[in-house]
Design a protein. Structure first.
Length: 363
C-alpha cells in the first residue's frame, strides 16, 4: 500500500486511547519494498519504541541505538525497552550509558531474562485457551519494570488526514458470501472482513470446527488462512461431516470457492497422511524449513504476503499464477484453479486488490 492508503487504514480503525502497531523482523527490514516498520511509522508519523536484546551487553547497546537513529532520516525512534536483562544492576549499567549518550531517547524499562514462554507452532504463537492464564501472568511479569506513564506520554501524536478515499472504488455486489473463520482458519485481516461487509449483500461467518454448515443461499465461499497441516489442527475439523458436506454441495453447484494458504491445503487431496477435501488435485507435505516468507506479487499485479512451510509434493504442477518478490523469472506456482474452485498461498488485502482477484469470486 502507498502512504495515503496506510494512513487511511490506520485512521479508520484508530478509535482507542492507545494504538499499538507491532513491527516485524528488524526496524528497517523490508525497506526495499516500502514495507518496513520504519516506512510505516514514517508514513503515519507515529512514535517508535525499540525492543533491544540486552544479553551480555551494555555499552554496545548505545552503539546499536545510534546506528538505528542515524541509518535513515525521518525515523520516529523515541524510546527503548531492553529485553533479556539479567538483573537490576545490569539494567542500571545500560540505562546510565544510554542517558549519557542520548538526550532524545527515553529508557522505558526492562524485561527480565529467563521468563516462561508461550508455546509456538511453525507459524508463530499458539494461543490455546489453556495458555491464556500463562499469558496473564507473563504480562504482569513484563510490565512490572516498564514505566507506563512515560509510555503514555510518548504515545501522543497527531494523525495525518486523508481527504479522499485512496483505493479503487468497488460497486456494491448483490451476492452472499460465507467466510470460513474459526480457531483453525484464523488468519483474517480485520479490514478484509469490513470490506466484505461493505461490498456484499450478506456475509456469514461459518465455524468449521463447530461443524456449522454453509447457508444454501451462499454464492461465494471464502476460506481464510491459518492451520490445517498440523495434527492438532486437523483433528479439530476431521469429523466436521456436516460442514464438509455443505462445502462439497457448494462446489458441485458450480459456485465460487476462494481459499488462502490453509484454505488451499484444505481443498487439496492431502497433506502428508491427512486426507483433505479433494477439490483440487494437489498433494502437499509439511517441510522443516519455510517455503515462502515475505511480500510477493504476481503477473496479474496482485500483491500480498506469504508465509508457509508446506510445499507441493509434485512441484512440476502447473498452476494459475506464479509468485515472486522482484523478478518474474524467479516465480514459482502458488495458485491453482479447478473450474469454480480457486486456492492460493497468497494472503491479500482485498481493498487494494479486489478488482484484480474478483474473477476468482466468479464476478
Amino acid at each position: 500500500m502507498n502512504e495515503s492508503q496506510v494512513n487511511w487504514i490506520f485512521n479508520n480503525y484508530n478509535d482507542k486511547d492507545i494504538a499499538i502497531l507491532e513491527g516485524v523482523m528488524g526496524f528497517y527490514d523490508g525497506m526495499d519494498k516500502n514495507a518496513s516498520a520504519y516506512n510505516v511509522t514514517k508514513f503515519l508519523n507515529i512514535p517508535t519504541i525499540i525492543i533491544l536484546d540486552a544479553s551480555g551487553s551494555y555499552i554496545t547497546l548505545s552503539a546499536i541505538i545510534k546506528g538505528l537513529k542515524t541509518y535513515q532520516e525521518g525515523n520516529t525512534i523515541k524510546a527503548v525497552v531492553f529485553n533479556h536483562v539479567s538483573s537490576v544492576g545490569h539494567f542500571e549499567l545500560i540505562r546510565n550509558q544510554v542517558l549519557k549518550d542520548f538526550d532524545d531517547v527515553e529508557v522505558l524499562g526492562w524485561i527480565q531474562n529467563k521468563l516462561d514462554t508461550l508455546e509456538s507452532t511453525h507459524l508463530g504463537l499458539d494461543l490455546k485457551d489453556n495458555e491464556l492464564n500463562k499469558l496473564e501472568i507473563l504480562s504482569k511479569e513484563v510490565l512490572k519494570n516498564i514505566d507506563l506513564e512515560k509510555l503514555e506520554k510518548i504515545a501522543i501524536f497527531k494523525t495525518k488526514e486523508v481527504l479522499e478515499y485512496p483505493f479503487e472504488k468497488v460497486e456494491k455486489i448483490n451476492k452472499n458470501i460465507a467466510l470460513i473463520n474459526d480457531e483453525n482458519f484464523s488468519f483474517l485481516y480485520h479490514d478484509n472482513l469490513q470490506f466484505l461487509r461493505e461490498t456484499f449483500n450478506k456475509v456469514t461467518i461459518v465455524n468449521a470446527i463447530k461443524n456449522e454448515t454453509i447457508p444454501l443461499d451462499t454464492d461465494i465461499v471464502y476460506i481464510v488462512g491459518g492451520y490445517i497441516e498440523t495434527k492438532n489442527a486437523y483433528e479439530k475439523v476431521e469429523n466436521s461431516k456436516d460442514f464438509k458436506d455443505s462445502l462439497l454441495n457448494h462446489a458441485k453447484s458450480n459456485k465460487a470457492i476462494y481459499a488462502e494458504c490453509a484454505g488451499l491445503l484444505f481443498l487439496s487431496n492431502r497433506v502428508d497422511d491427512k486426507k483433505m477435501m479433494g477439490l483440487l488435485d494437489l498433494d502437499f507435505t509439511l517441510a522443516k524449513r519455510f517455503s515462502r516468507m515475505g511480500y510477493y506479487q504476481n503477473e496479474l499485479g496482485i500483491t500480498g504476503h506469504a508465509f508457509h512451510y508446506t510445499k507441493l509434493i509434485d512441484e512440476s504442477k502447473v498452476g494459475e499464477y506464479k509468485l515472486y518478490k522482484k523478478d518474474p523469472k524467479d516465480g514459482t506456482y502458488a495458485a491453482f484453479k479447478n473450474g469454480n474452485i480457486f486456492g492460493t498461498y497468497l494472503h491479500t488485502m482485498l481493498r487494494n486488490n479486489f478488482n484484480k482477484i474478483k474473477r476468482y469470486f466468479l464476478i
